[in-house]
Ligand binder design. Sequence first.
Ligand SMILES: *Cc1c(COP(=O)(O)O)cnc(C)c1O
Length: 350
Amino acid sequence: MSQNIEALARKTVREMTPYMSARRLGGSGDIWLNANESPFMNEYTIKSDRLNRYSTCQPDTLIGAYASYAGVDRDYVLTSRGADEGIELLIRTFCEPNKDAILYCPPTYGMYTISAQTFDVAAKQVPLKADWQLDLDAIAANLDDVKLVFVCSPNNPTGNLINRADIEALLTMTADRALVVVDEAYIDFCMDASVVDLLNQYPNLVILRTLSKAFALAGLRCGFTLANPMVIELLLKVIAPYPVPVPVADIAVEALSPAGLARTKFQVLDLSANRAYLQAGLSMLPGVKVFDGYGNYLLVEFQDSERLFKTLWDNGIILRRSPIENCIRISIGSRDECEKTLAFIRQQLA
Ligand SMILES: *Cc1c(COP(=O)(O)O)cnc(C)c1O
């Protein structure tokens, strides 16, 4: 009965290491500040009266609601199973396997390279400069075969914003060659920094958005791709026929209603205050450096981050390791979670 099923899989898949999401990494604790999730559990009404029917591919009311929230025309909006599916659709739509490439700038979000790998698309890395801004000269020198350039702002895990002027320079540099995909998963925490107003000016600009972070709906799996209608129409050729489950669309529309938006605005302010609280408290501790962050997380440098990380982990405070030396990424939770985390760290460093 023994069969070697693994040998049937594509070579690429056999050789892949899966993305280690915060969930997959496990841990057991009382305080979960490792996945940039919102601490707020908001209530929704779930209707079951249309579940015998397939959903619409791009539910009208949902597209309309998000278009209005983002300040774009409806034909600039595509909705999908989280922003992660947006990343995958872009790669499948624009990159020829074993020929084209994506380009991204580490340290940044891990899914760009994983998605590229899955489809045999090369991933070129041009590291951010020491100030965590784009290295435009190095990008210019590495654009051969590149169809998609991913830029994350606010960047995960560093937390900083990418300079708007640099994004514009990148859009000009890549005109007629590649799309620039600006990942705005955390932009709801700093809306003024969005580049959404540039969509009309640069047809090669694509923006990724999600309800997972500020809208406190990570479990819903609902994201958006904003781009000019030429890009959206191509993506619609590739997307699955029924990508948005009926209850997902219903809940998302409720989240984007005037009442939902008002609640999100309040929760964003609340989390921003907690972020300031945590930044202030941690900054006072010896040997600790907190980087300014614009999302719902902070990157923090400690003298012996690995030891501290493990001690916290063993005591039920689950944070996220980062690829940046001696740095830990801390998601902003409730005030109580922030207070407990700060108190524990203060006691450890005393
Ligand atoms: C969380 C996150 C996403 C994924 O969002 P989903 O909508 O939950 O798939 C995309 N990009 C970045 C930078 C993220 O941190």
